[in-house]
Ligand binder design. Structure first.
Ligand code: CP
Length: 303
């Protein structure tokens, strides 16, 4: 039996990514499999979450595991000054897997280095969100019937949006063409553009959304990440830079699907929800099956 942390999407090779997607398909067909009976899953959320925490906890429950943890670090002894090192040491005494969201980039990698049990990164600052990426890949494959050679538009906060960073790395196995649409303050960081160049991934950059995505297979919209701004006046100035409306979909391809990691604030108007191209709520539901597959893999159990 092998125990594996999932800190970055690059911890999984292409075959492992495809195995996780296949495993998630099995869980979607049959969600109640008590293969983690007797296991304890800890969910430590140092930052707020709705989908990630609740879907990991649902996944654990559907697999027959029991769940401990906190959804608000203010109720933990970190407020008394306990270090992340000591918190992880303690929780590893109680749990078989630790799912952790933390506001510091690199916190999940550090936790994995000091933990005796697998760590699943549920988001570390603006860095990575690998379980989100796997559910994004699952959603893309499910809606497009393939992962290869897709035309993908990433829109919004490409600077602080950790989901787009992880997605670029994962899609590098599948020859995508990317289009980065962001205001100049929130452009894709240079390190991810370097990553694209090194991996022969074609990309374009623009600040314009309207009328530019008619050839898209996937339109991946992100929220401007208020919690990462040091200057809230700057946030207020750019938070409403893009709003997708249903009328903007008139000339788009039939296979286009709109993804968003959620929560949305103002970047997708509610009138888009009635479009058959809106897929963000089903995307979030897919997170349950993917997180079942991740938990099973982390403790070395195959479904
Ligand atoms: N997509 C996502 O990470 O949502 P939550 O912040 O609600 O977990």
């Amino acid at each position: 039996m092998s125990y594996r942390s999932l800190v970055s999407i690059s911890d999984y090779n292409k075959d492992e990514i495809l195995q996780i997607l296949d495993s998630a398909s099995n869980f979607e067909a049959n969600p109640n499999q008590t293969i983690l009976s007797g296991k304890i899953v800890a969910t430590l959320f140092f930052e707020p979450s709705t989908r990630t925490r609740l879907s990991f906890e649902t996944a654990a429950n559907r697999l027959g595991a029991r769940v401990i943890g906190f959804s608000d670090a203010a109720t933990s002894s970190s407020t008394k000054g306990e270090t992340l090192h000591d918190t992880i040491q303690m929780v590893a005494n109680y749990a078989d897997v630790i799912v952790m969201r933390h506001y510091l980039e690199g916190a999940a990698r550090y936790a994995a280095e000091v933990s005796r049990v697998p760590i699943v990164n549920a988001g570390d600052g603006a860095n990575q969100h690998p379980s989100q990426t796997l559910l994004d890949l699952y959603s893309i494959r499910k809606t497009q019937g393939k992962l290869d050679n897709l035309n993908i538009y990433l829109v919004g906060d490409l600077k602080y949006g950790r989901t787009v960073h992880s997605l670029i790395m994962a899609m590098s196995h599948f020859s995508p063409t990317f289009h980065f649409i962001a205001p100049k303050e929130l452009q894709m960081p240079e390190e991810y553009k370097i990553f694209c160049r090194k991996n022969n991934i074609t990309f374009t950059e623009s600040a314009e959304l309207e009328g530019c995505f008619d050839d898209a297979d996937i339109l991946y919209i992100t929220r401007v990440q208020k919690e990462r701004f040091l200057d809230l006046i700057e946030y207020e100035r750019i938070k409403d830079v893009y709003t997708l409306r249903k009328s903007m979909l008139a000339n788009t391809k039939d296979n286009l699907r709109i993804l968003h990691p959620l929560p949305r604030v103002g970047e997708i108007h509610p009138d888009v929800d009635s479009s058959e191209k809106a897929y963000y709520f089903q995307q979030a539901q897919n997170g349950l099956y993917i997180r079942q597959a991740i938990l099973a893999k982390c403790v070395g159990i195959e479904n």
